[in-house]
Design a protein around this ligand. Structure first.
Ligand code: AMP
Ligand code: GLY
Length: 425
């Protein structure tokens, strides 16, 4: 059986997905929108307004699409999966109601309370005055979060009262404000952070890898938060026991809770965890693969991904088996100078190293001008490599980074440093 697939998205995560989907034995044609020059090497880019659910549905009908894979969170929260399901087009990704796990922090926190899922203690506020008066009586640090999607910019870890109060103002007045604005103030958790990915069919969850991201812009975890400057997989701190405990205490109760309220979760559930002294606690959920975590997961996945996605879309993954390579994978993000603030667009990338079995460069924010490859995004390239150890994967990735000819970018030079230290002990 061969299946025509439409992939939605234009980042490094989607390039990695396109690369992996293109290797599927069950694939007919692979279409992608909006795509990027890397994705174009493994699929047919189609001109399609991906912000319009109707346009996507029309395209799928006209082209007999057998599965839509949605990469980013925004179309999920905007109900693209619902529109496709209504039109009887199979889709990998949750409905808008299930995507509230990422789209509303308050929703997720309340679910955790109802089902005894370990997470930071919290309170929800819809008004700045009440939030500020609460802060008067609580210790520091406090974590202040805008309720909705904020592209990684909605979280402040306040170590002083003044910072906390300013964060509350920003949430209600600034970028995330407006009518109906809501915030969550929560306890600061200490420990090591890790990510767990699960393939879900509404009822069951299958572990789909672990990873560790590096969210700060600069070495030694300094500088502003970003979408992620690099990652490696598997996360050394996610032992088999820790994964099993997280499944038992966090993931399975979440799926049950979502079923109970009539919003079963299908797709990839990404749990951002803090491994505290008292066990794993949920920091946040995302309802899709991480970017750049997806890139390292795809490099380690030895199975055909399309049957797994299709089974989840159809609501039964009980027969899905996936094999992971024992190799480590690591990715270094090269971002445009200035990111996550403002940055120049349209500078030329003169040369990329050739991909090999153990190294490939995923495109995250690039476009073509004739033959010229231009940097057009904040995060531009994901130089991704595998090795028998994190150290070896890092060496390969950084060797390749030094072969990239592009002067207007920067990268962290310490991706995987913690894991490499543990390996050496
Ligand atoms: P989020 O957007 O929820 O992933 O938060 C961004 C980052 O803020 C996380 O990756 C954590 O490093 C940090 N963070 C969020 N919530 C907490 C918390 N309750 N305690 C400590 N760190 C947190
Ligand atoms: N790398 C973090 C994220 O995808 O949300």
């Amino acid at each position: 059986m061969s299946l025509d697939v439409l992939l939605i998205g234009s980042g490094g995560r989607e390039h990695a997905l396109a690369w992996k989907l293109a290797q599927s034995r069950s694939l007919g044609r692979l279409y992608a929108a909006p795509g990027n020059p890397g994705i174009a090497e493994c699929s047919e880019i189609v001109a399609l307004d991906t912000a319009s659910n109707e346009a996507v549905v029309d395209f799928c009908r006209a082209h007999g699409i057998g599965l839509v894979v949605i990469g980013p969170e925004a179309p999920l929260v905007a109900g693209l999966a619902d529109a496709l399901t209504d039109a009887q087009v199979p889709v990998f990704g949750p409905t808008a109601a299930a995507a509230r796990l990422e789209g509303s922090k308050g929703f997720t926190k309340d679910l955790c309370t109802r089902h005894d899922i370990p997470t930071a203690r919290y309170k929800r506020f819809t008004d700045a005055a009440a939030a500020k008066s609460y802060l008067e009586d609580t210790g520091l640090p406090q974590v202040i979060k805008a309720d909705g999607l904020a592209a990684g910019k909605g979280v402040t870890i306040a170590t002083t009262k003044a910072e906390a109060l300013a964060a509350v103002d920003r949430c209600f007045e600034g970028d995330f404000g407006g009518p109906g604005a809501e915030i969550v103030i929560e306890e600061f958790l200490e420990g090591e952070e890790a990510s767990l990915f699960c393939l879900c069919d509404g009822e069951r969850a299958l572990v789909f890898g672990t990873a560790q991201d590096h969210k700060r812009a600069f070495d030694r975890d300094r500088g502003p938060n970003t979408g992620g400057m690099g990652a490696y997989s598997p996360a050394l701190c996610m032992s088999e026991r820790m994964v099993e405990r997280t499944m038992r205490e966090i993931i399975r109760p979440t799926l049950e809770g979502m079923r109970e309220i009539g919003s079963p979760f299908r797709g990839i559930l990404y749990a951002g965890l803090m491994l505290t002294e008292t066990g794993p606690k949920l920091i946040e959920y995302n309802v899709r693969f991480g970017d750049p975590e997806c890139q390292v997961l795809m490099m380690r996945l030895d199975s055909d991904i399309l049957p797994a996605f299709l089974a989840a879309a159809r609501g039964d993954i009980s027969d899905v088996e996936v094999k992971w390579s024992a190799r480590r994978a690591l990715t270094v993000v090269i971002a445009a100078d200035g990111y996550p603030g403002s940055y120049r667009k349209g500078t030329e990338i003169a040369r990329l190293p050739a991909s090999s079995e153990t190294m490939r460069v995923f495109h995250a924010g690039t476009s073509l001008d004739g033959e010229k490859l231009l940097a057009t995004g904040g995060r531009v390239l994901n130089v991704t490599a595998t090795g028998d150890s994190v150290r070896e994967a890092a060496k390969r990735a950084y060797d390749a980074v030094s072969d990239v000819e592009w002067d207007q970018g920067f990268f962290r030079s310490d991706i995987g440093h913690r894991a490499i230290m543990v390996e050496q002990e």
